[in-house]
Design a binder for this molecule. Structure first.
Ligand code: FES
Length: 172
């Protein structure tokens, strides 16, 4: 019997609900798990979470809409978020932004055509004394220079195959 992608998603959500607990206070960690594996929180996923936690789908949707780290749009495998708050701004975030746009060939708010990278702005990451700072998925990079950014992106490109394989097997 063929198992559909929706069946797999439902099984994953059921497993995460079992792991964290069937309570609305675990809504965010469950949504983070979905986002980590599927790079989005689709309408179907939000409905399944609502059913599993026995809450209204609007509650799930409002949480996904509120937190910029959760999204119902499809994201790239690597989500690059550059801090645009004042300390990083003064430390040279524009130069870093130009390097990211040049290396990735997309603007902020866009995903590369191969689906590997999404580029976004974010607000303070709590590393104000070490700016410019950015996150790549859940890894924080500080003291950025254009050269360092180029190296980080190249490392992501080189490890993409490994990352994709791990993600497919559920180890991401
Ligand atoms: S201002 Fe960029 S990390 Fe705080």
């Amino acid at each position: 019997m063929l198992v559909s992608e929706q069946d797999v998603l439902k099984q994953d959500i059921a497993a995460w609900v079992k792991h964290y607990g069937k309570d609305r206070c675990y809504l965010i960690p469950i949504l983070q798990e979905i986002h980590r594996k599927y790079h989005q929180c689709s309408e179907f996923a939000m409905q399944v979470v609502a059913d599993e936690l026995d809450i209204h789908p609007v509650e799930v949707y409002s949480v996904v809409s509120f937190y910029s780290f959760l999204s119902h749009d499809t994201h790239g495998k690597y989500v690059v978020r550059l801090c645009r708050t004042i300390s990083c701004d003064m430390a040279g975030k524009d130069q870093i932004a130009n390097q990211l746009v040049s290396d990735l060939g997309v603007d902020f708010g866009e995903t590369t055509p191969d689906g590997k990278f999404t580029l976004e702005w974010t607000n303070c990451l709590g590393a104000c004394d070490q700016g410019p700072a950015m996150l790549v998925n859940e890894t924080l990079y500080v003291g950025l220079t254009p050269e360092k950014v180029h190296e980080i992106l190249e490392t992501c490109r080189r490890t993409f195959g490994v990352y994709a394989l791990q993600n497919k097997e559920g180890h991401a």
